[in-house]
Design a protein around this ligand. Structure first.
Ligand SMILES: [Zn+2]
Length: 378
């Protein structure tokens, strides 16, 4: 039995790596993609269906669960695993990203206000005032009881150099230290988060400070928030090599099929993204080579599955015509079948990426992935 929170590197090819991270609810084979269960549920899916599509790690959102039903209630019912009926590994974010996304105004008053000690915000549900400090967030995440918890950080806009350097980064680093000091749950791994926008000197400084705190895993935050794809990849090229090799590296909130391939190529081990489940509910089917809008009239009489190469339940059993019918008729099964397909696609892709690394063929896999996309686009 391996030590809790140890990372075993099994194979590497260039920067890409395959390994295992050990949690209290079982091993995470990495690289791994985590479906997002914002409100302690991956929308439209039962835990049994999640298992069937190959999910191992599920993400839940601290901000939402703190507001409703409340972290103390979840703790009193045995913690998040028992509450949501998922006995595999769970990761909770810190809630910071949602709070900092509340930049808008309601009734002339800003929805959030940040200072060096924490952030005060109004609930998007009932407008009530709340306050997150690093210590408060650690209390909430420990009540929720996920296997991996994240420190509170400030997610600032990625291209405001002066603000990042003078305010957001010093705060992020101080808060990481306070989170570490406040965190005591031995069955929960606390990960640090490197920020710094799209600026190489700030990313380097942030990586140095976060790595010094010696968390069992390190995340890269503040990406996929409006910067260009190239800026995101350049930032990974700069940042990932500064993170320790003997700990997992988590790229937060990023995860299209091409992001998985290019993130792994740059040394990322853990991904999460709401995109596959969110677009499913809007009628979009992801493919390795692109996507379909399944509401399109051209599918009305199409007997083929969504994707002939896919082995998911939706593709094995149902036609494009039937799935389009469900979407047009606003039947909830349409959202379930497309979510099954999209998650299966993502989880099978990351599984195949890992298998390729283990046999030293990731470079070929990556080249074939891009060649197939270019062929379809042509
Ligand atoms: Zn499918």
């Amino acid at each position: 039995m391996s030590d809790l929170f140890s990372y075993d590197l099994l194979a590497a090819e260039g920067e890409a790596r395959a390994g295992v991270f050990h949690t209290a609810h079982g091993p995470l084979p990495t690289p791994i993609y985590a479906p997002v269960g914002t409100q302690a549920t991956v929308k439209a899916m039962t835990p049994a269906q999640l298992r069937e599509v190959g999910a191992v790690l599920v993400l839940a959102n601290t901000y939402h669960l703190y507001l409703r039903p409340g972290d103390e209630l979840v703790a009193s019912l045995g913690g998040l695993h028992a509450f949501m009926g998922w006995d595999g590994p769970i990761l909770t974010d810190s809630g910071g990203f949602q709070v900092f996304s509340l930049a808008g105004h309601q009734g002339g008053e800003s929805l959030r206000k940040i200072d060096d000690d924490g952030v005060t915000f109004r609930s998007h549900i009932d407008g009530r005032r709340h306050r997150f400090t690093p210590e408060k967030v650690m209390e909430i995440e420990q009540n929720l009881g996920a296997d991996i918890a994240m420190v509170l950080d400030e997610c600032a806009v990625p291209d405001n150099y002066d603000y990042l350097k003078e305010h957001a980064l010093p705060r992020t680093h101080a808060w990481a230290g306070r989170c570490k000091a406040a965190h005591s749950r031995p069955d929960q791994a606390l990960f640090g988060i490197v920020q710094g926008g799209v600026f190489s000197d700030l990313r380097q400084e942030s990586a140095r400070q976060i790595v010094d705190l010696d968390f069992p895993g390190n995340a890269i935050g503040g990406l996929s928030v409006g910067e260009s794809k190239q800026a995101m990849l350049d930032t990974l090229d700069i940042t990932v090599p500064l993170l320790p090799e003997d700990k997992p590296r988590y790229l937060m909130g990023v995860g299209t099929p091409e992001d998985l391939v290019e993130g792994v190529a740059r040394g990322i081990d853990i991904f999460d993204c709401v995109l596959p489940t969110r677009v499913a509910r809007n009628g979009q089917a992801l493919l390795r080579t692109g996507k379909y809008n399944m509401r399109n009239a051209k599918f009305a009489e199409d007997p083929a599955p969504i994707d002939e190469t896919c082995g998911c339940y939706a593709c094995r059993r149902f036609s494009r015509a039937y799935i389009r019918h469900l979407l047009v008729a606003k039947e909830i099964l349409g959202a379930t079948l497309l979510t099954i397909h999209n998650l299966y696609l993502m989880l099978t892709l990351i599984h195949d990426i890992r298998a390729a690394i283990l046999v030293g063929q990731f470079a070929d896999f990556r080249a074939a992935f891009w060649a197939a996309r270019e062929e379809r686009a042509a």
